[in-house]
Design a protein around this ligand. Structure first.
Ligand SMILES: Nc1nc2c(ncn2[C@@H]2O[C@H](COP(=O)(O)OP(=O)(O)OP(=O)(O)O)[C@@H](O)[C@H]2O)c(=O)[nH]1
Ligand SMILES: [Mg+2]
Length: 690
């Protein structure tokens, strides 16, 4: 089959953890004949959970890509992880897809991640359909699941299938578009049969609702429906597709991923009704602004790398989506960020870890390039004469950090190399050296996220890594102005040292850091020594006076000084300036500053009291709280960073694992009393140890 842009369907499967996404991919691939037998997640043999850590943990950690043909369509399915710790992978999948299948448990209904994902999909205006899964489970209830969604989300939910039986009695589904029933046949796959007589009345009502919703999807159809009170099959399909694409309605299907039931209808629906990438708009960065580009084959080549994985056997795999034109072996590859030409070696499509070589990736299609050295996630490739740059993935800020180091010195290089590789694969994993605290700090989306990466390195490389809670980067400043004079003098024998400076210091506004002005009139100090003085002031500020943290927001003025014709030197003036600054600081009411974060917490309303109480214990200032619908509340607060070092672990335990939060640095704020005393004492103790 030759692939054209309009024959492609890119779907991400997202949903709360353990709602059956990976199992659904398994039964989709089985139903489409890609695999002979669906495997259980627990057995570690599914197509999409193929990495060692996924096999051992039993849940998805990475987004995986599989593809299949159905009704002359090429369908790319992206299985995403449900845990928020791996939300970066979900965001990557959303960037590559035009439509999302949201899985919801038939018994559990809407869960906290369903709500958070719903918000994310809303921000992207992404068309979505719901697959109510696990219809075979005890106490599965399709109608209640739909009612739950309707009450929590402000959208029209339109059932496209109805279950035949529920729980232990679940036998199949009715497709309300085609008006056909499906039961499982002898080969384990679904077979068409007649609609059970006892369901006919309910099916007729649901069919009418569906036609009404289809009519609302398209204005012309609406007119026709008002006049004729019915629509043809093609019109129903068209109306539902239009409504889905424009986000006017959310189709709801149901089934059992485990039993491969409802999957044929799901595939039919994606093939016939889900939007193709043809004409979908993509955002391009254009100077300081943005503009949109339409996905089409009829333009010169451009593509976005939306995911990178580094495979033990195949090396670097760059997951790419061609936005315009065609990517083939002949395509001139130009990395827009690096402004460098590169070469395509091999192109693949994938079924989980299995790579199938292909000749080209047309606009709208997703595939993999191997061994393209310049490629990094978020890179755009285009042609040299028409470089564009696609908007990078919009990833959340890290919320959890640990300081780490190789326990044995000899492993340091290996560790650094492996950390670099992990950061290349995962843009939500950020590693920085903090010169103030002299620690290397890894930050990510949660404790699980960081443990997963560090444990993998420990195991595969046999490296011991020690971790600890990172130190807070405090700072020091002054609360009032002060003067000081200081003479550095060593004139006993040989070449002496002499320099004298008189300075004034004053508090600057928060964030202004530092200023220096030379106020000396006349020739008290030669011009040549001024840079040395400034350097000395700077060094003293870097070294701090209270607890060894850098001093900020202090303005310095050099008022006067004195030099010696023989013994003065730049070094002598530098030391004099250092001494003067230390002395002035002592008189200027020095205080410690601590970083304060903006914190947004998302919780179910039943935990509101506990979470607020906990925040006040963390010296938090609540700025507001807002119900987001669906029983979810967002709390906005400002909290000192020192109180949040374990928040991802603590919030989890307060909210039984359901709460989540976003974190961002906001400002530095003074601390005093016992809190400051403790920080100073800890700094002194650490200095002793060294
Ligand atoms: N009874 C029943 N169990 C199911 C069904 N679908 C999945 N499961 C089971 O639910 C568990 C979780 O399934 P997964 O497919 O791993 O769920 P997931 O959504 O991929 O989970 P994460 O990757 O952690 O987000 C497994 O034990 C599955 O066998 C279903 O339709 N019926
Ligand atoms: Mg999974």
């Amino acid at each position: 089959m030759s692939i054209t842009t309009d024959s492609i369907r890119n779907v991400a499967i997202a949903g709360h953890g353990a709602t059956g996404k990976t199992t659904l991919v398994e039964s989709i691939l089985f139903t489409a004949g890609v695999i002979d037998k669906p495997e259980l997640v627990e057995n570690g043999k599914t197509v999409s959970d193929f990495t060692d850590e996924e096999i051992s943990s039993g849940f998805s950690i990475h987004t995986s890509l599989s593809h299949l043909n159905w009704n002359d369509r090429k369908i790319n399915v992206l299985d995403t992880p449900g845990s928020t710790d791996f939300v970066g992978e979900v965001i990557a999948a959303f960037r590559a897809a035009e439509c999302t299948i949201l899985t919801v448990g038939a018994r559990a209904g809407v869960q906290i991640e369903t709500i958070k994902l719903w918000r994310r999909l809303g921000q992207r205006n992404m068309p979505r359909l719901v697959f109510v899964n696990k219809m075979d489970e005890e106490r599965a209830a399709f109608e209640s699941a739909v009612a739950d969604m309707s009450s929590k989300f402000d959208m029209t939910f339109v059932p496209v299938t109805l279950p035949i039986g529920e729980g232990a009695d679940f036998r199949g589904i009715v497709n309300l578009i085609e008006m056909k029933a499906y039961l499982i046949g002898a080969d384990g796959k679904e077979q068409v049969t007649d609609i059970p007589a006892e369901m006919q009345a309910a099916v007729d009502i649901a069919h009418e609702v569906l036609i009404g919703a289809a009519a609302e999807g398209d204005e012309e159809l609406e007119m026709k429906y008002l006049e004729e009170e019915t629509l043809s099959l093609d019109e129903v399909r068209h109306g539902i597709a239009a409504g889905l694409k424009a986000n006017k309605l959310v189709p709801v299907l149901c089934g059992s991923a485990l039993r491969a039931m409802g999957v044929r209808t799901l595939l039919d629906f994606i093939a016939n009704n889900a939007p193709s990438p043809q004409g979908a708009t993509e955002t391009v960065v254009d100077g300081d602004g943005e503009r949109t580009v339409e996905i089409t084959q009829d333009a010169s080549f451009s593509a976005l790398v939306w995911k990178t994985s580094i495979d033990q056997f195949s090396g670097k795999l760059s997951y790419i989506k061609t936005m315009t034109g065609v990517l083939s072996h002949e395509t001139e590859l130009y990395n827009v960020r690096e402004q460098k030409k590169d070469r395509v070696s091999k192109l693949y499509t994938t079924t989980g870890k299995k790579l199938d070589e292909i000749g080209e990736i047309v606009a709208g299609d997703i595939g993999v390039m191997s061994k393209v050295t310049t490629a990094q996630t978020n890179d755009t490739y285009a042609t040299h004469d028409a470089p564009v740059e696609y908007r990078p993935l919009q990833l959340p800020q890290p919320v959890h950090s640990v300081a780490f180091e190789a326990t044995n010195r000899k492993d340091e290089d290996k560790l650094a190399q492996m950390i670099g590789r992990a950061a290349e694969e995962d843009k939500t994993f950020v590693v920085r050296y903090n010169p103030q605290t002299k620690e290397t700090v890894a930050s990510g989306m949660g404790e699980l996220h960081l443990n997963m990466i560090l444990d993998r390195i420990k195991e595969t490389q046999k490296i011991e890594i020690s971790t600890r809670i990172p130190k807070v980067a405090y700072r020091e400043t002054i609360t009032k102005g002060a003067d000081a004079e200081y003479t550095h003098k060593k004139q006993s024998g040989g070449h002496g040292q002499y320099g004298r400076v008189v300075i004034k210091i004053k508090p600057l506004e928060r964030g202004q850091q530092y200023s220096f002005e030379n106020m000396i009139k006349g020739m008290a100090v030669s011009k040549g020594y001024i840079p040395g003085i400034e350097k000395g002031l700077h060094e003293a500020m870097e070294a701090g006076v209270l607890a060894g943290y850098p001093v900020v927001d202090v303005g310095t003025e050099l008022m006067d000084g004195k030099e010696h014709p023989v013994d003065s030197s730049e070094m002598a003036f530098k030391l004099a300036a250092r001494g003067a600054l230390r002395e002035a600081m002592g008189k200027a009411g020095p205080v410690l500053l601590e970083p304060v974060m903006n914190l947004n917490v998302f919780i179910e309303d039943e935990y509101l009291g506990d979470v607020l109480g906990d925040l006040s214990g963390r010296r938090g200032r609540v700025l507001g709280q807002e119900p987001l619908g669906g029983g979810i509340i967002e709390i906005r607060a400002q909290v000192p960073q020192a109180e949040l070092l374990r928040y991802s672990i603590d919030l989890r335990s307060i909210t039984s694992g359901t709460g989540g939060f976003e974190l961002e640095f906001d400002h530095y704020s003074p601390i005093s009393g016992k809190i400051a005393d403790d920080v100073i004492a800890a700094a002194k103790a650490a200095e002793h140890e060294e």
